[in-house]
Ligand binder design. Structure first.
Ligand SMILES: *Cc1c(COP(=O)(O)O)cnc(C)c1O
Length: 396
């Protein structure tokens, strides 16, 4: 037998972490890595946050799981917190980002079908989007590398260029139910939508009675310097998926909606065994306690600005390697003139710095939001050393 016990769907590298220490990871062999990947935008409180650890430990000892057939004081409290802090009137808890997006797709379809508009089932989505790995969420993306081997896809998605409002207008038809969009494309390469585009989608949704569905699984939960990124575009969505950072490392997600948008989500239409269980709710509440306040968010914006201006200065030293810095808050990307993956590997293997490669030749920088100046200094040192001794591979 040659297949590995872990199904071999990930090209795993040799870094084998066994312990976390705030913004660092320590591997089996004792090597320390500076973590600018943060579990891909998950560990926003780092790896040693006492509030998060304590909340999970206490809740684990009291009550980990009960069925959603019972009342949920823990779920009500976190849902109320999210309702208070966002556009939403109601929340469905999931265990992952893909499930949160799946729920959002169902909410958008049910909005129309609940009143008999059965023909309005199609969501307009955007090229190079990433919405997860379930059948519906891969169908929502045009990326063929995610489709291969899994046909047929789920019908009901139409792909348009990101940030192309004219393209959206042309794509709207009798079957259109709404739009599904990441305000900042993460995996697609830290591409920030323009304000005009996001406001244009809102306007089109209002004019045609369509659902504006945001995928803030990566850019949400304080990552961009506001609790959710949509706040910075001057719009509110009808439906939004959130996950990744919301549990700070505990697997959970949520679909948020307005009362109007959720009109089809009545008894029996949706469910999840684990979704919103007391342990997940304790983790989510600890994260909200830490990040959903003006002081924390202002810190993220200020620190993100400092890091960004240092990066902008730095890339000027290597005009052949780097093109530009983009993103918002601590969701930053360096657009490269070379392939980002070998450079990411070089930083990892020779300078103990963890980053994430993304689409559109972009290196993603997603540090824990609790990072301090000392770690930013360490980051710039490692990045500078990595750029200085990097040789672009010949065949790339
Ligand atoms: C990661 C991600 C998802 C999928 O989340 P999972 O927890 O891996 O299912 C969906 N949308 C976006 C924008 C993401 O970055």
């Amino acid at each position: 037998m040659s297949i590995t016990p872990l199904m071999p769907v990930y090209p795993r590298c040799d870094v084998r972490p066994v312990e976390g220490d705030n913004c660092h990871l320590i591997t089996e062999d004792g090597t320390r890595y500076l973590d600018f990947a943060a579990g891909i935008a998950v560990n926003l409180l780092g790896h040693s946050h006492p509030g998060l650890i304590g909340a999970i430990q206490d809740q684990a000892a009291r009550l980990m799981h009960v069925s959603n057939l019972y009342g949920s004081p823990q779920g009500e409290a976190l849902a109320q917190r999210l309702v208070d802090k966002t556009f939403a009137d109601t929340v469905f808890f999931t265990n992952s980002g893909a499930e949160a997006v799946e729920t959002a797709i169902k909410v958008a379809r049910a909005y129309h079908q609940h009143v008999g508009n059965d023909e309005k089932f199609e969501l307009i989505t955007f090229k190079n989007a990433f919405h997860g790995r379930t059948m519906a969420t891969i169908s929502a993306s045009n990326q063929e590398k995610m489709h291969k081997g899994f046909n047929p896809l789920l019908p009901g998605f139409k792909y348009v260029d990101f940030d192309d409002l004219e393209g959206v207008k042309a794509a709207i038809g009798p079957n259109t139910a709404g739009f599904l969009v990441e305000p900042v494309q993460g995996e697609g390469g830290i591409r920030v939508a323009s304000k005009e585009f996001m406001q244009g989608l809102r306007k089109l949704a209002d004019e045609h009675d369509l659902m504006l569905v945001l995928d803030e699984v990566q850019c949400g939960v304080a990552r961009t310097g506001t609790l959710y990124a949509y706040e910075q575009f001057g719009i509110i969505p009808d439906v939004m998926a959130t996950a990744k950072g919301i549990g700070g490392g505990f697997p959970m997600g949520a679909c948020l909606a307005t009362e109007k948008a959720a009109r089809g989500m009545v008894f029996g239409t949706h469910g999840s065994t684990y979704g919103g269980n007391p342990l997940a709710m304790a983790a989510g509440m600890a994260v909200m306690d830490a990040v959903a306040n003006d002081e924390f968010l202002a810190e993220v914006r200020a620190k993100g600005e400092r890091l960004r201006s240092r990066l902008e200065q730095f890339i000027g030293n290597y005009p052949d390697l780097f093109e530009s810095v983009r993103g918002m808050g601590f969701m930053l990307g360096i657009k490269m003139k070379a392939e980002p993956r070998p450079f990411m590997q070089h930083l990892r293997d020779h300078h103990q710095l963890l980053t994430v490669a993304a689409g559109d030749s972009t290196l993603r920088l997603l540090p824990p939001l609790v990072i301090e100046d000392a770690e930013m200094d360490e980051f710039i040192e490692k990045l500078s050393a990595g750029a200085a001794d990097y040789e672009v591979p010949a065949e790339s």
